[in-house]
Every structure is written in structure tokens, then in C-alpha cells.
Design a protein around this ligand. Structure first.
Ligand code: NAD
Ligand code: DAU
Length: 364
């Protein structure tokens, strides 16, 4: 079902370049787009870093109007060639280094991909947009995060689109830099960029290093469940399918130059979330190595600079574009836990030597 208000008969097919389309949110979005807009040309550009997985797109590879290109968003010549040969009119930019803990271990890759990579895409798109006589229906969607707004206290109001930027990690600082560039391209050049800032996503194809998949997988392996600090940090959980619908609406209905916050209306303390996952696993998984799974919960050293609370006020996108989240954290978590139970063949190969090395660095 399409969520754009533009009626299907009015809609002109788009030629969309999706960066980072082999990652978690990107691949969910590629499936969403292909399911809803059959006649659009869909090109995915992804460097297949440790977080990219071409198997996420396996069921789409045979489609005539789908193409996967392995490459770096910092490669200007490649991006120029793709924009020209594919006559791209829409960019959905997901590619990024996305994990806060990795940004603490090695911030350089974050500045390179998130700042320099976004700049490369913006410049290439601008040049092509000028050659195409600046069509106002072209779109450059820059997918960003609520982390750019910093950390909230327990009683602070949720982030709005006008909350000042206060990024606290190398990851969020690099995303903030890229947001400012995307914004500047609208204000300086009139290029139709739109920014979205969303809260924590969860759902299928989420890489094992992030909280929810990490807890699911460790329970299935009988390994400790590392909860940072006192476990009282709060995140606002957004089901990835809801996020994809929001981005669809923003591309079709959003106003160039604007920012839209996207949130799940699901603020949960980490420790409560981990306990819910344990209970779901106890219920759904036969023969857990350690049961009840809560026995595995282990409080570990806190993440440096750990933001205490994120919360999104998503009233702008609701009022102006008619989007709101549909999934509750209870329903979404049940679906997600089931997905990890049923897709051992997806996550097991991702626990590679590189992953074990990373795991050691963060948790030992
Ligand atoms: P992810 O880490 O799962 O996937 C990132 C993808 O980008 C991977 O496929 C990777 O191979 C690709 N990539 C990395 N560097 C690249 C480069 N230089 N060139 C081309 N491709 C490259 O990330 P995700 O969780 O799907 O996040 C997608 C976007 O959404 C990111 O921009 C992230 O900042 C943002 N975001 C994520 C969340 C979340 O909860 N996951 C929340 C808010 C915003
Ligand atoms: O808010 C949006 C952001 O959400 C995105 O921009 C990031 O790309 C995405 O990775 C995510 O960042 P977080 O740092 O919030 O997500 P993560 O899953 O790493 O952690 C969620 C919370 O759980 C956070 O408070 C840290 C805590 N945590 C995480 C891990 C991996 C633990 O307690 N233990 C862990 O082992």
C-alpha cells in the first residue's frame, strides 16, 4: 500500500539512487520502494562495509528495473557516472558509519563517510540538477538522526525540529556536519534537499552490534547481556517499517529545505527493553542455553559520553504530512525477536573474526 498522498495516477515514475541500501534501514527502504513503486528505476550504491550485506537484497536482484552497484559515496567520478547514466532524479541517502561505539574507537571513518561522503553526493547531485535545468520535483533526501540534538534530562520536552544541535559523540558530530551541509545546499543553491531526523530504529536486518539484535543473539548463544552503566538510559524506539513509510511520505509530500523529525512514541529504559526481550525469548524460543534469559543480564562499564535520553516530538510530520507510527514497541519487539529466531542463517555468518575483534575491544 502506498502512503504518498499523491494519487497513483498522477505520480510520475522516479529514478531513485539509494545509498547504503544494503544496510539495515536502507535495505528495508529498498524493499518498501520496490514493493510500492513497481515501475520506478531503483539503483543501490553501497560500499559493502562490515555493515552492508548484499543478501538483504537477494530477492530483488533479478528485477529488470533494479541495479546494485558496489562503490563508495566518496568516489565522485562513480557518483557522477551513476547520476548521468541512470538519469537520477531522486536521492535517498542512508550510507553512513552508524554505530556510536565504533565512532569512539575510530572516528576517522565517520568523518570521511558521513561528512566527506555526504558532501560528495550533494556536489554531484547539484551539478546534475543544474544540467537537468533544476527540476523542482527532484529530491535529495538526507536521512539523519535524533542524536544530533544531544541528550535530554528526565523532564525535558522531546526534540523538535528547532531544538539546537548539541552532538556528543564522533558519530553524532559527523551526522550534524552532514545535516548542516544538506541544509546549506537548499539555502545557498535552492537544491531541493530535505532532512529527516529519526529515533532508534529496530526490526529485520539490524546488524548484530546494536542493542536489540545483540541481546537477541546473545540470549540464543547463552552469552552475557551487557547493559551499559545503570541501564536507565532512554531511547525512543521506531519500527523500521514505520520509518520507511515516513521517508516515502517525505519524498512525495515534504517541502524542500525542511526538516522532519520521525519518532516511534515509544520511550523505554534500556534495562526494561532488555527484560522484555528476555521474556519474549523465554516464551518463543525452545531450549534456550540459559533460562530464564534474564539470568544473563550483566551491568558493564558505561559508554563514554553516553547520552541519557532521546525523545522525538513528531507532531510536524503528523500535522503537515499525515504520518504517524503504527507499531507499538510490544508488537514490534515480538515480531523482531521472532525474526532473529527464524533467521539464524542471516546473523550467524555476521559474527565474523572482525566482529569478534570489535566485540573484544568494546566489552572486555
Ligand atoms: P547501517 O550501518 O546498518 O548501514 C550503513 C550502510 O552504508 C551499509 O550498507 C554500508 O555498507 C554502507 N556504507 C558505509 N559507508 C559507505 C560508503 N563510504 N559508501 C557507500 N556505502 C557505505 O546503518 P543504518 O542503521 O541502516 O542507518 C542508515 C542511516 O540512518 C544512517 O545515515 C544513520 O545515521 C541513520 N540513522 C540510523 C538509525 C538507527 O537506529 N539505525 C537511527 C537514526 C538515523
Ligand atoms: O537515536 C538514533 C541512533 O540510534 C542512530 O543514529 C544510530 O545510528 C543507532 O546506532 C542508534 O544509536 P544508539 O547508540 O542509541 O543505539 P545502540 O543500539 O548502540 O544502543 C542503544 C542503547 O543501548 C544505548 O543507550 C546504549 C545501550 N547499549 C548498547 C549496546 C550495544 C547497552 O546498554 N549495551 C550494549 O551492548
Amino acid at each position: 500500500m502506498t502512503n504518498a498522498r499523491e494519487s497513483v495516477s498522477e505520480r510520475q515514475p522516479r529514478r531513485i539512487l539509494i545509498t547504503g541500501g544494503a544496510g539495515f534501514i536502507g535495505s528495508n527502504f529498498v524493499h518498501h520502494w520496490c514493493n510500492n513503486y513497481n515501475s520506478d528505476r531503483v539503483v543501490v550504491l553501497d560500499a559493502l562495509t562490515y555493515a552492508g550485506n548484499r543478501r538483504n537484497l537477494a530477492s530483488l536482484e533479478d528485477r529488470d528495473n533494479f541495479k546494485f552497484v558496489k562503490g563508495d559515496i566518496c568516489d565522485r567520478a562513480l557518483v557522477d557516472e551513476l547520476l548521468a547514466t541512470e538519469d537520477i532524479d531522486t536521492m535517498a541517502h542512508f550510507a553512513a558509519e552508524s554505530h556510536v561505539d565504533r565512532s569512539i574507537l575510530g572516528p576517522g571513518a565517520f568523518v570521511q563517510t558521513n561528512v566527506v561522503g555526504t558532501f560528495t553526493l550533494l556536489e554531484a547531485f547539484r551539478q546534475r540538477w543544474l544540467q537537468r535545468d533544476k527540476p523542482q520535483s527532484d529530491r535529495f533526501l538526507h536521512v539523519s538522526t535524533d542524536e544530533v540534538y544531544g541528550s535530554l534530562g528526565a523532564n525535558d520536552p522531546a526534540f523538535t525540529e528547532t531544538t539546537p544541535y548539541t552532538p556528543n559523540s564522533p558519530y553524532s558530530a559527523s551526522k550534524a556536519g552532514s545535516d548542516h551541509l544538506a541544509r546549506a545546499y537548499y539555502h545557498t543553491y535552492g537544491m531541493p534537499t530535505i532532512i529527516t531526523n529519526c529515533s532508534n530504529n529496530y526490526g529485520p536486518y539490524h546488524f548484530p552490534e546494536k542493542l536489540i539484535p545483540l541481546m537477541c543473539i546473545n540470549i540464543l548463544l547463552g552469552k552475557p547481556l551487557p547493559v551499559y552503566g545503570d541501564g536507565q538510559n532512554i531511547r525512543d524506539w521506531l519500527y523500521v517499517g514505520d520509518h520507511c513509510r515516513a521517508l516515502d511520505v517525505v519524498i512525495h509530500q515534504g517541502k524542500p529545505g525542511e526538516t522532519y523529525n520521525v519518532g516511534g512514541n515509544n520511550e523505554v529504559k534500556n534495562i526494561d527493553l532488555v527484560r522484555q526481550i528476555c521474556q519474549l525469548m523465554d516464551e518463543l524460543a525452545p531450549d534456550l542455553p540459559i533460562s530464564p534469559a534474564e539470568k544473563l543480564i550483566t551491568f558493564v562499564k558505561d559508554r563514554p559520553g553516553h547520552d541519557r535520553r532521546y525523545a522525538i516530538n513528531a507532531s510536524k510530520i503528523k500535522t503537515e504530512l499525515g504520518w504517524s507510527p503504527q507499531e507499538t514497541v510490544t508488537g514490534g519487539l515480538r515480531q523482531t525477536v521472532k525474526w532473529y529466531l527464524e533467521h539464524r542463517d542471516w546473523w550467524q555468518p555476521l559474527l565474523s573474526e572482525e566482529y569478534q575483534h570489535y566485540y573484544q575491544q568494546v566489552y572486555s
